[in-house]
Design a protein around this ligand. Sequence first.
Ligand SMILES: N[C@@H](CCC(=O)N[C@@H](CS)C(=O)NCC(=O)O)C(=O)O
Length: 363
Amino acid sequence: MSLSSLPRPYLFPPSTHSRKQRCFAFSPSPNKLTIKMARSSIEEVSESGAFVRSPSAFHNFISEDPNSPFPAESGRYHLYVSFACPWACRCLAYLKLKGLDKIIGHTVVKSKWGRTKDGDTHTGWVFPASNAEEAGAEPDPINGATSVRELYEIASTVYSGKYSVPVLWDKKLKTIVNNESSEIIRMLNSEFNGLAENPDLDLHPPHLQAQIDETNGWIYNGINNGVYKCGFAKQQAPYEEAVEKLYKALDKCEQILSNQRFICGNVLTETDIRLFVTLIRFDEVYAVLFKCNRKFIREYLNLFNYTKDIFQIPGMSSTVNMDHIKLNYYGSHPSMDPLGIIPIGPNIDYFSSHDRGRFSLSK
Ligand SMILES: N[C@@H](CCC(=O)N[C@@H](CS)C(=O)NCC(=O)O)C(=O)O
């Protein structure tokens, strides 16, 4: 079978299709592919100066069904991530927690953005030429690409959106399966259980799904995406609106965490991983660069201890590389930090003891 006869990726913004429908819905229709999208988050600003995140474009779903177009297989898929990116690090956390890192390889890009093509001013994620170039970053072992942009160009000749991470790559079909972290983590949670070292860990269990989905909604709007709305706002009013919403959501989390160990009860769920990736970057980056400075996470008794609790779950600390985080945020956004000077603090020790053991764990 030639590559051209194989299904091309399902490529357009998420619709109201159910997950299973989307899994088998391929759209080769060129009309769907010509949506003009921002090529970088810096361009994602509305007329009123508010940050408006554009949707991810690749929405195929890996399935445990061996007859599906993207069946769960050992060694077939590869995850491209940045240690700086909270969305990508959600996926990395799942590789570690589910025990999938021998089944699905991953490659970390360089911390700072670079030119993605000769003769073009676009800057974005790039790979180092060798392992020696930057600790933690690696050359692309699958496609030999020099930038993440190149991966998108291999996957689609008509794509015109952001060249974002995470990228879940199919080595067999040489294409992007999915570039939306909220969908990738669902696949990693449920579809590789025949191959995972920790198949019993279910971070989206049926009895909590409604609560998880509802909680994800306000945490995404207020906190995960909320910090970006603060940082990327180009006018005072949208900035202030985003800050209000952010601290309302953080206060709500603080209140919930005064009664239970995790956000959806006394059991770790997807919502905790999604929240953690923002909290761990908050005091080091968002409080300073994104002007989220009404209160630090380390000033919230419960949120701070909770962040340490999750950081100390085996495998999680390996998904946090504060050097990459700080080098990227402070070094890749000249419109916000033109000199790229990296603040020295606060260097929080997330391995220090926490008090979350006061809550008993449940199923
Ligand atoms: N909705 C996406 C967002 C991914 C995203 O925005 N990634 C950022 C890094 S934190 C990126 O790669 N941006 C590239 C750019 O703006 O050019 C997800 O959750 O996977």
